[in-house]
Write a protein of this length. Structure first.
Lengths: 177, 177
């Protein structure tokens, strides 16, 4: 475990066996959010990493990425853009389809969510197989954004989702190898 | 318009006709979130209202309530609890069903989301007919929480959703009467 904060997260996250389906051990982060001191420390941690990087927008992935993204955007005093599941965003938008183990899924972003040349930090709670994050990066590239960092609270390193994010600067607070 | 901040919000929110269905004029708040200065001012506004009220938990309603709730929790240095749509939360939970115009819906919260006697601020982006917010209040009452304030960015006052929240301290930043 690389640092004390990661250890606090690891000790607070709740493991839920067989959710949402048999064989998956779900990482329940709600105890982390409910601990105000820990939640604040996490936001400071992510903010400190990029405070000198001239980030212009935080981009959060639905829906737990909204939570860390919102706190981080507030801390840095910059805007938050949402990447959502299909048919949630009401305005003109762009989308990327991606493969799941069975079937396909899609992420969408408003066409004005990120401007050409903006420097963004993309954030979500969990990096698993990396499909959603990779699709989100495609979306941001389509919009002409520069992705400064792709940040996660937790990385399931053994799933090697990082391989789908080749060329990106990927950082996870707690990497489960 | 009661204050300058409400006016900024009103000028920034985007009206989307016929979304998600014909006849509904959707209030798209994404331009508000994307404006870092405005987003920060909104969070400060909500925080200042309750800074002396000994709030112990912010409770956000899925999913845009997570965004304002997370920033507010971070600002106040307290925890965030999530009220979600059915089957999203993985741990032991409590739930409340409520009536929609056609059919029913349900909100859920982890059983340990809010402790007995906790002083909470419940937040969401929009008060419309009030069904979801009223169900969320029922949930919090079940958990034994004291609801100090129910806060919204926008209130569609003409829908009179406030009537469903009788006995609560309801506050909206921008009330469209």
């Amino acid at each position: 475990m690389k640092n004390a904060l990661a250890e606090r997260v690891a000790n607070t996250v709740r493991n839920i066996p067989d959710f949402p389906k048999p064989g998956i051990q779900f990482k329940d982060i709600t105890p982390v959010l409910q601990d105000g001191s820990l939640f604040r420390s996490i936001t400071h941690y992510f903010a400190e990493r990029v405070v000198d990087r001239e980030i212009t927008k935080i981009v959060g992935i639905e829906s737990r990425g909204f939570i860390f993204g919102a706190a981080l955007a507030h801390e840095l005093g910059i805007g938050l853009t949402l990447i959502r599941k299909p048919n949630k965003l009401p305005f003109e938008k762009i989308g990327v389809d991606y493969e799941l183990e069975y079937g396909t899924d899609r992420v969408e972003m408003h066409a004005d969510g990120v401007g050409n040349g903006e420097r963004v930090l993309l954030i979500d709670d969990l990096l698993a197989t990396g499909g959603t994050a990779a699709a989100a990066c495609d979306l941001l590239n389509q919009a002409g954004a520069e992705i400064v960092e792709v940040a996660f609270l937790i990385e399931l390193g053994f799933l090697e989702g990082r391989n789908k994010l080749e060329g990106q600067h990927v950082h996870s607070l707690w990497n489960i190898e």
